[in-house]
Design a protein around this ligand. Structure first.
Ligand code: ADP
Length: 633
């Protein structure tokens, strides 16, 4: 016994074709068949109990053997149905299979019912009423035609049995003592009972099938609604997921490729493409495609002038071509036919400055796209447009940045050689190789030399910065560099200057014996530590301290450059890494300086995959921490 109350709705699916939600239909069929099997246990046991009690309790006389046999047979075939149903559950059986199973059940029940009717007195049997609920069950389970078929079969079987008994062809099996006078030979009683039985059966079938049909209709509506709700939820989810993956990159090619792939998957079609209007505004360029053959993609340019479909889409409309052979909107109809494209749906990609391109989905089926698909594609296109615009903007900034760096590099490069010639000429004069100088001349030339030296510094920094932007990003000559080696070299370089300023200048390896290497260029790492150590000494007053330390923590190398110098105000700290920024207190003690060093340092550190931070207190000192990823052995 399944324990479930009789449910009306499963029956509807016995009629429904296989359209949509097939697994749902199957599940419900299964439940209905199981319900019927559950009821039959009661029926079989009921027959046995009633037969026993008729004889034992009520003391009517009845030949019990056939009735017990009927009860036992009902239970027996129910066992067979039970196991068949269990097997159906494991192997996925078609809807037809389940309907067949249900028809067998009802058919056998009918037979059992007729036998029960005959052996419990025929026309005198109170069991005749039980036919009605069998008729109702059949009407719930089957299409009206089948239900009426079963009803008429029941009526004919009953009528047949009654007349056969009436004419004495079949022996009459009364329940002795139940009624005083035998009725099975009373023609008026027989006629009236058979007439009312037939009418009640047909009316019951009519009522049950019509109520059931109305319920079925409702249920189909509910199922359709459930399906469309599920579709909408899935699409919302797809839209959400798509948006996340698409906008997780700023690389235009990646954005476009993800967009076509996600769209094809979300709408569940064979192929998808993106075309963008080119600079002339006349051609639609193929930017990304998914699921289309190279032959189709190479078919030729899409010219707006010759392509009414593209013009319509770019005017802001979603256009559905349900059958590509029945339209004159395409520029390449035969190529589309060869590719097997039967229908297509196009939505405009619209940016801030108007239409940018077209997002198109293709299908091998004709009439594949619904209005819902149009709305959905249009939503994807709107989201995609934002991602495309962001990627385009990023691309433009990168190009601009590269052009700017190229320009700076070119200019500074041109300045470098005349400035170094000037420096060596000035050095020649101040060193007295060009003849003696009086004090005034020597003072003026020394000042000129200092300014030219500063100019040289500026040019070097600018070149570094530009080189960093242009080259660091593209070239990949990075190799495993031992950080300790680089730091030792930098320390040696500044030893003399530190000594001159009487600065305590020390370095510690906090992870002795551990190889700490990182993937970078040697020049890059040298520039980082050279700049930081140079600043620490430059911005620390005589007799101060500059301490450098290196430590490996997890998969990262921490290099700390700490000084007891002039410090950096909170306000200055936030602008420190911007190009040309110099804090006011720094300008006071050191007139020369470009404010480019830290910008370069930050650029390189970020490029290597590390990060840099600063802690400082005005007048007390500063601490710069560089964290770089460590190469695993
Ligand atoms: P520059 O040293 O040429 O001015 P940087 O980019 O190297 O340029 O440094 C930018 C500014 O950061 C400096 O002008 C100074 O104000 C501040 N600064 C950097 N390092 C230190 C430090 N160790 N102590 C105090 N201020 C510092």
């Amino acid at each position: 016994m399944s324990g479930q109350p009789p449910r009306w709705y499963p029956s509807t699916n016995f009629h429904s074709s296989q359209k949509g939600g097939r697994s749902l239909v199957e599940a419900e069929l299964e439940a209905s068949v199981a319900w019927l099997i559950g009821l039959r246990w009661l029926a079989g046991i009921g027959v046995l109990i009633v037969t026993w009690s008729v004889n034992a309790i009520f003391k009517f006389r009845i030949s019990p053997f056939p009735l017990y046999l009927i009860g036992a047979v009902i239970l027996l075939y129910n066992i067979i149905f039970y196991f068949t149903e269990q097997r159906f559950k494991q192997t996925s059986i078609s809807v037809k299979g389940y309907i067949g199973l249900a028809q067998w059940q009802v058919g056998l029940d009918w037979l059992a019912m007729v036998l029960l009717f005959h052996y419990s007195g025929g026309i005198e049997s109170p069991a005749i009423l039980f036919f009605i609920f069998h008729i109702i069950i059949a009407s719930i389970f089957f299409k009206p035609r089948t239900a009426y078929g079963f009803t008429i079969a029941a009526i004919l079987l009953v009528w047949g049995t009654v007349w056969l008994e009436f004419w004495g062809i079949l022996p009459h099996r009364p329940i002795v003592g139940f009624i005083q006078e035998p009725l099975y030979k009373n023609i008026w009683y027989v006629l009236a009972t058979l007439f009312f039985f037939g009418a009640t059966g047909l009316i019951s079938a009519f009522l049950a099938t019509s109520i059931n049909q109305r319920l079925r209709q409702r249920e189909e509506e509910v199922m359709e609604l459930t399906e469309s709700l599920q579709r909408a939820t899935d699409r919302l989810q797809a839209l959400n997921d798509g948006a996340r993956t698409i906008s997780s990159t700023l690389d235009l090619t990646q954005v476009l490729n993800r967009l076509v792939k996600n769209t094809a998957e979300a709408i569940q079609v064979d192929a998808c493409s993106i075309r963008m209007v080119d600079a002339t505004g006349q051609i639609l360029e193929e930017m990304a495609a998914y699921g289309l053959s190279q032959v189709y993609l190479n078919k030729g340019p899409l010219e707006l002038e010759k392509n009414p479909l593209a013009r319509e889409v770019l005017s802001g409309k979603v256009v559905n071509i349900p059958d590509t052979t029945q339209t004159n909107l395409l520029q390449y109809p035969s190529e589309a036919a060869e590719e097997g494209i039967s229908s297509m749906l196009s939505a405009p990609l619209i940016g801030k400055n108007g239409p940018m391109g077209i997002l198109r989905a293709y299908s091998r089926e004709t009439d594949r796209f619904s209005d819902d698909d149009g709305t959905f594609l249009s939503a994807i296109a709107a989201q995609g447009s934002i991602a495309i615009e962001n990627a385009l903007a990023y691309q433009a900034i990168e190009t601009l940045d590269a052009t700017k760096s190229q320009f700076v590099r070119m200019v500074t490069h041109e300045l470098r050689s005349p400035v170094s010639v000037m420096r060596s000429l000035l050095r020649t004069i101040t060193a007295g190789y060009a003849g003696g100088l009086n004090d005034q001349q020597s003072d003026i030339l020394n000042r000129a030399q200092k300014r030219v030296d500063a100019l040289q510094g500026l040019i070097d920094d600018l070149l570094d910065l530009a080189a960093g932007k242009v080259e660091l990003k593209s070239h990949g000559e990075a190799e495993a560099i031992n950080l300790e080696d680089v730091i030792v070299q930098v320390m040696e370089r500044f030893e003399v200057i530190a000594k001159e300023k009487e600065i305590t200048f020390e370095w510690y390896n906090q992870s002795p014996g551990v190889l700490i290497s990182t993937k970078a260029t040697k020049e890059g790492l040298d520039r980082i530590f050279n700049n930081l150590v140079s600043n620490a000494i430059k911005y620390t007053l005589p007799k101060g301290k500059v301490i450098v330390s290196l430590e490996r923590i997890g998969d990262e190398a921490y290099t700390i450059i700490e000084d007891t110098g002039i410090g950096i105000s909170m306000e200055a700290q936030s602008q420190l890494f911007q190009e040309f920024y110099r804090a006011p207190n720094a300008k006071e003690i050191e007139r020369e300086g470009t404010g480019l060093g830290l910008a370069i340092v930050k650029d390189i550190v970020t490029h290597i995959g590390g990060r840099i931070s600063v802690k400082s207190k005005l007048g007390k000192g500063s601490q710069f921490t560089v964290i770089l990823p460590v190469l695993k052995e």
